[in-house]
Ligand binder design. Structure first.
Ligand SMILES: Nc1ncnc2c1ncn2[C@@H]1O[C@H](COP(=O)(O)OP(=O)(O)OP(=O)(O)O)[C@@H](O)[C@H]1O
Length: 250
């Protein structure tokens, strides 16, 4: 299956006797935006942490481009081109948006950031950093300190620092969490824009965002994949409706 970039086979995670992720099979196709949704406690975060190697599975395998990556560390898979946003993209609050992206670019070139280095070293990344800031709609905020950006713009900056790594695959953990509606629209548009030539897997609670952005949706409930398909398909699935209604009633 050439068009599958990331896949999980029989993925299982138990905490003590409790099975949080139960025999999950997931196939993320190249070039798609794939969403993982489900009611509270469904196992989305655990699944996401397994796929990004922050947790070790009790059982099952994960492969990327056909290679088994089950035993790899997050740093190893980042080198393969799978990047979890808001992970390596720590934003330095007292540096400007431009400086933050320059540092991310410098890190990508293999140097660790050294605060004692001269500004000149960072300046060589200026043009590339400006282009990334433009990509995420932050051109006019390039000289603003990250701490002074709105929440949504901070997330856009985090995405710019993630894009500095030029990943093939981006894993986004609730990109819209805590955002005002105007920011939700801006970040949705941004995710759509950066998805060109990339593959995105995201955990997201905002169903209208999921509906408009996703090519494929996997619905988890009680650790298992309940349904999979496009939004029209999964939103009409009786088991999915029941799982969400069940959540509303307790
Ligand atoms: N480290 C842990 N130890 C024990 N149980 C855990 C641990 N992490 C998660 N769980 C349990 O596993 C289940 C799934 O949790 P998870 O956070 O993956 O769900 P979720 O779908 O992301 O939920 P939410 O939408 O509420 O964030 C929950 O019942 C949770 O209590």
């Amino acid at each position: 299956m050439n068009d599958v970039l990331l896949s999980a086979t029989n993925l299982t995670k138990s905490f003590g006797g409790f099975v949080a992720v139960d025999d999950v099979n997931l196939h993320v196709k190249r070039g798609q935006i794939h969403a993982l949704i489900g009611p509270n406690g469904a196992g989305k975060t655990t699944c996401f942490n397994l796929l990004t190697k922050f947790l070790t599975p009790t059982h099952g395998t994960i492969s990327y481009k056909g290679h088994d990556i089950t035993a790899m560390s997050p740093a190893d898979i980042a080198r393969l081109g799978i990047v979890r946003s808001f992970q390596i993209s720590a934003v330095f609050p007292h540096l400007t948006a431009l400086e933050n992206v320059c540092i991310a670019l410098q890190r990508q070139r293999g140097d660790s950031f050294d605060f004692w280095r001269s500004q000149k070293v960072l300046l060589q990344f200026n043009d590339e950093a400006c282009a990334l800031l433009e990509d995420v709609g932050l051109s006019e905020f390039r000289d603003v300190h990250a701490a002074d950006l709105s929440y949504g713009r901070k997330r856009a900056l985090e995405i710019a620092t993630t894009l500095a790594v030029d990943p093939d695959m981006l894993l986004l953990d609730e990109p819209m969490a805590g955002m005002a509606q105007a920011d939700v629209e801006r970040i949705s548009e941004l995710i759509r824009r950066i998805s060109v030539n990339r593959t995105i897997l995201m955990v997201e609670h905002n169903l209208s965002v999921v509906a408009t952005l996703s090519d494929t949706i996997s619905v988890l409930a009680r650790g298992k994949v309940l349904a999979e398909g496009d939004y029209a398909t999964v939103s009409q699935d009786a088991r999915v409706i029941e799982a969400y209604i069940g959540e509303d009633h307790g």
